[in-house]
Write a protein of this length. Sequence first.
Length: 240
Amino acid sequence: MLNAVEQALDGERRPSDQRRDDQQSQEWETMARAWLCAFPEAKAVSVSQVEAWIDSNHSSLPAGLQSMPRSDLIDKFLSIQNYMRMPSQPEKEFSQVDNHPARFQRTDQWIPVYSWLESLDTDEVVKSKDISDWLNENPTVKEDLCARHSRYHLMHYIKKCHLKILRRKERKVGLQPSNRESVLKVQKDVVTKQPATLPSNPLSNLPKDSDLYVAKKNEALRKYKILLELEKKLSPMFSR
């Protein structure tokens, strides 16, 4: 279930009338990122370069971006570049959560978020509405986080963080002592089967000079000859 949620983190469910615009915005952002990646990492694009790119790709922009004031559109473009150039501290923390829980809360401004997510009693990734409600109830935290992250990336980070927490809890549940004791008990209760004893040859217990020994030996020889004759008769039938 968590794998399915993880695949859905990049696109929160929205009303149907916004779904198309959201998809177009994501496609535009992907195209903008690809263009920005062509520049050296240490070089920031200028406003004139951004304007030239917008003019050449204006027809492919979503309707919402086409109607946006040019200055706001440029700011949006530059914010994408700033985010790409900014060290991805939360992502580093996410990758360290499993083996180093203490490093997971390295940044002070994220500690309240982690504490809140740890306190949630649910096995599903937190929803965008719940995140928004919690941020509104904690305006100081919201102000600090929104100063460094866009709303989209903030939601994405928090959900990724909660997903890591759920996976960690899931692994811990699988290693509870009660489970290990149950496994040991089952192993202890299993009775090891002894190898079956092969039946002994009845002739080995009889004296070789006795009449009974000679009779049984002759009977065994007669049966053996019968089996040989039967095999000779059946072999041609099976060889066809």
